[in-house]
Design a protein around this ligand. Sequence first.
Ligand code: CDP
Ligand code: CDP
Length: 203
Amino acid sequence: MSLTVAIDGPAAAGKGTIARAVAAHFGFAHLDTGLLYRAVGRRVLDGMDPIEAAQTLRSEHFADADVLRMPDVAQAASQVAAMPEVRAALVSFQRAFARRQGGAVLDGRDIGTVICPDAEVKLFVTATDEVRARRRYEELLGKGQKVTLEEVAADLARRDQRDSGRKTAPMTPANDAQLFDTTTMSIDEAVAKAIAAVEAAQG
Ligand code: CDP
Ligand code: CDP
């Protein structure tokens, strides 16, 4: 069967972790849509025009996720993501991915609202600012990045504000999304809850 799971929410809330685990559990394909915007941001940092970077984006540009997870790329991603032409250039790839046979999980900011408004399962994952900053800080430290907790918190706050304040596809829960506050949840608890939500949709 072809079932689409849309997972949205602010930075470092746990969207990707939940999306990967749900996809592995059900054998669905997974697309981290943030990587598309990060790849465009990376190309813009290298001197390219943002719209051209989005229109000529190919999968090889977002194959190396580790390079794209750096905070400077995240800021560039959030800036290009506010441009309607950039977003428009990335829509058809995401929709085609969502429609694949066998099920798909997409995580991002506008999956349940714009990319897949008909998704069978929509989750909006959140956690407090402090918890999200600490999670991302520990993740970056684990990758050998020299960052402070304050820098990480400022990066997330700036992006969340830009992502929810933009005119095109702002970050906001879909009317029919289930809200998932993971502040006090372990990864296993959050994943189990998400799997239960998908099972409920499968009937
Ligand atoms: O995809 P998103 O930016 O929303 O977040 P993520 O990359 O899945 O999670 C950010 C970090 O928080 C990762 O290092 C996860 O392992 C961690 N995490 C956690 O500690 N507890 C959770 N319930 C979910 C994620
Ligand atoms: O992992 P994290 O949640 O920190 O960020 P991400 O999901 O990789 O997204 C990076 C940036 O891309 C976000 O701050 C948004 O500006 C943008 N983005 C978006 O606008 N729409 C999406 N569907 C996914 C990401």
